[in-house]
Design a protein around this ligand. Sequence first.
Ligand code: AMP
Ligand code: GLY
Length: 423
Amino acid sequence: MGGGGREHALAWRLSRSPELGALIAAPGNPGIGRLARLAPVSAGDAPGMCRLASHEGVDLVVAGPEAPLADGLADRLAEVGIPCFGPRAEAARLESSKAFARAFCARHRIPAPRHATVRDAAGLRRALAGGELGDLPVVKASGLAGGKGVLLPEDPSAIEREAMALLDGRLGAAGSEVVLEERLEGPELSVFAVTDGKRVIHAGTASDFKRRFDGDRGPNTGGMGSVSPGHQVGPGLLARIRREVLEPAVLGLAAEGAPYRGVLYAGLMLTADGPKVLEFNVRFGDPECQALAPRFDEDLLPVFFEAARGELPAARPPALRMRPERSVTVILAEGAYPGPVETGASIAGLPDAVESGERAFVFHAGTREGAGGVETAGGRVIAVTGLGTTWAEARETAYRTAESIHWPGRAFRRDIAAGALPN
Ligand code: AMP
Ligand code: GLY
């Protein structure tokens, strides 16, 4: 379910499963259309998705994006007896309400920045008066805001202004509650886990490159590139993240009566005091998933199916098998992204299959079928991934592939995986 680069990567993996009968994607994209039958239901239409799944009699729904989960897609599917890889609305609040997520971390002693949730000007002044949140707290809209809800003010006078703008409705209902939190420092790491509400199975790590321009400058985006494995990952750190973050989150939700089934994404900052949770997401990352997908070294379909039914067998190892290679993903975007973009440019050099040549992979993100072939249909258009024994090799493959795909407005960062990376 979904139609971006993450969903193309998932569809590609699922399409290779010997257990697969048929694959239907809604709404999909031209790349996914080569692997699955497409159904014209938009990803945001939870009732439509549920009708489609019932009508087709599917055995499993794999949710790509978060919004339909927050809208109750998994709850509706449960009513008609269809397992969903993706949590019910109550558990999806981990992503859809930052206020809920912060209070949840506090209840279960999951390491996180100090925070305060405010609903009006008086609350805001009280939260800032004590100074416990530091000089320059981060300001976040509590609700889903498509990546626009996090503000990192550069001077103290901006904090109250930005917070009031959110409370006054700049992002609509998403900002009716505002979370202020201590600003942390350190490298960021995305950690993924598959869970059935009881067991936690590590599903890889990645780091993404959120800023639009080289050298981490410019506006935040959905992600201009990613690498897997992520920054500073070693077995000790992963064990600590499982113990301090993933297990308490999964067990905490179950104890609160909202067991979680699907993939849990912990966005962490590796601070001098250890890993702390910046955010939880209830889905794979995009473009992290495009870096992870070629590294999975086992069939995902049975794992997703078991997790969705709440039945991960005890015999399953505590981590998915991953290939040891490094992967580097580069996003080919339209130049004006993350601002409003023009669409409809025809794309040259696109391979037919995901695997294009040795250890190069091409995923459609924002594309559509036009009169003259595949054309651009969004800000992030294509994701290319290179796999390599070394970072340099993976990077070289990714950039060679990026250069081979053209349209007039194409733009991409040149420095993905160019800086300091682990091992
Ligand atoms: P979020 O959507 O909450 O992960 O925030 C988006 C980005 O803002 C993160 O990837 C970080 O780069 C940054 N950020 C969020 N919260 C904090 C924090 N408490 N301290 C420092 N940076 C943060
Ligand atoms: N790349 C960040 C996200 O998917 O949330």
